[in-house]
Design a binder for this molecule. Structure first.
Ligand code: FAD
Length: 402
């Protein structure tokens, strides 16, 4: 028996909102998405990495079109600045198959797959509440609609979450991440980094932080070979406050191998942002008639590369729950049972990775293959992460992945 024919309202029309809409449609629900922003969400485009197995499954099930460009690589390379000069020292290489995506293209693909839902844009939801009928009411300035299920996919400051966890506040990590994309021209004079990035994603360790570099597809229909360089650099800004772009360039100049510092210093960024890193986790991912998805349900430190991954897995779980339960309430119990512990696990994993790779960085100059492998295993402490395929051998690398 399946909980079909339900009216499902979704608050937020970003990655989680569109993915949940696809899940609802595939399970036979009548879906309405309320998105606050009237603008083009695809312009948020930065890099998003997902596991290859999840990508494959999402294409096979119709959440993502097979034509959505990706930039898969199978290896992670660890670099640091060589002691005594400014060259790059490679100190480890690990199997780490990942499928880098462009955020904007991922959103666009999910938006296309959820075209069967009613999408209301430019209409912020002002409140959600319980309806006397047992369902939920979603109010905007111009409308009041009742649904059997309301999905809160409204991001880290979720209004929907306030119903299930009114006192929940983010826990700051005490450091920040600078995130950006650059046209591949930035690598034109840096053939070695470019060659490396064509087959691997790169981590550069420095005292007090690290940077991640990888290629993603361009978001402008540039064809299968069109790429951008995406990076995320983690460090503690002076005074603890979110820093400016100038600070991260200075940091790279001081600590990165020269070629990589020059790349970061290039002025022609397509996008660059700085976020203070924080995490939070709703103690219950669903309680009928409300359900939380993506960042609304929990935010993990980005070292896990799992926020969008979790949102996509949330959607696969909701679809399965609706298909195999005989009521909305039963489906939401199924969802809460599976997704609540996964959110908690990822928050804990993010904290462990953050401690090891930012708060208490090792002396990178002494690290080699053996010490990196052992350090990764110790950091994971038995839990799984698709980024650490080797340290993870035998573990399930992600709920919902095939
Ligand atoms: C540096 C960094 C690197 C990352 N790298 C990765 C990665 O490699 N892999 C990965 O899986 N994840 C990664 N993430 C996480 C990922 O980007 C997020 O988890 C994901 O984009 C969250 O999607 P979401 O739809 O839940 O939330 P959001 O994208 O924040 O969307 C929430 C939506 O809700 C709307 N909204 C909010 N309030 C209302 C309202 N009242 N009414 C109507 N609409 C509303 C907003 O306008 C917005 O469109 C990274 C994050 C960071 C910061």
């Amino acid at each position: 028996m399946a909980a079909t024919g339900l009216r499902m309202g979704v608050v937020g029309g970003s990655i989680a909102g569109c993915a949940m809409a696809v899940a609802g449609l595939r399970a036979g629900a009548d879906v309405t998405v309320h998105e606050r922003s009237a603008g083009a969400l695809q312009d948020r485009g930065l890099g998003i990495v997902i596991p290859p197995s999840l990508h494959k499954r999402l294409v096979a099930t119709g959440y993502l079109g097979a034509a959505m460009p990706t930039a898969p690589v199978a290896t992670r390379v660890w670099l640091t600045r060589a002691a005594g000069d400014r060259s790059a020292r490679e100190f480890a290489r690990q199997p780490s198959p990942v499928t880098p995506c462009n955020w904007g293209l991922l959103w666009q693909a999910l938006r296309t797959a959820s075209a069967g839902a009613s999408h209301h844009r430019g209409r912020p939801v002002v409140s959600v509440g319980r309806a006397p009928s047992g369902g939920a009411v979603v109010r905007t300035a111009r409308s009041e609609d009742t649904y059997d299920i309301v999905v809160g996919a409204d991001g880290h400051e979720s209004l929907t979450r306030r119903i299930l966890a009114p006192d929940l506040r983010p826990t700051p990590a005490g450091y920040a991440v600078w995130r950006g994309t650059l046209p591949l021209d930035a690598l034109a004079e840096h053939r070695r980094p470019l060659e490396l990035l064509r087959g691997a994603w790169v981590t550069i360790g420095f005292p007090g932080g690290h940077g991640i570099f990888y290629l993603i597809p361009r978001g402008d229909g540039a064809g299968p070979d069109g790429r951008l360089l995406a990076y995320a650099i983690y460090a503690t800004p002076p005074g603890g406050a979110p820093g400016e772009a100038g600070y991260v360039r200075q940091l790279a100049e001081e600590h990165f191998p020269q070629e990589w510092a020059e790349i970061v210093a290039r002025g022609e960024h397509t996008a660059m942002t700085c976020h203070p890193v924080a995490d939070l986790h709703a103690p219950l991912a669903a309680e009928h008639p409300f359900l939380l998805a993506g960042d609304a349900a929990g935010v993990t430190r980005p070292h896990t590369a799992s926020g969008a991954v979790k949102a996509l897995q949330d959607a696969l779980c909701l679809e399965e729950a609706l298909r195999t339960s005989d009521s909305a309430a039963g489906a939401l119990r199924h969802y809460a049972r599976e997704r609540t512990p996964e959110g908690a696990r990822l928050v804990e994993l993010g904290r462990r990775l953050g401690r090891a790779q930012v708060e208490k960085t090792p002396d990178w100059t002494t690290m080699d293959q053996r010490t990196v492998d052992a350090w990764c295993r110790a950091t994971l402490a038995g839990t799984s992460s698709y980024l650490y395929a080797d340290a993870d051998a035998g573990a399930d690398t992600g709920a919902g992945a095939d």
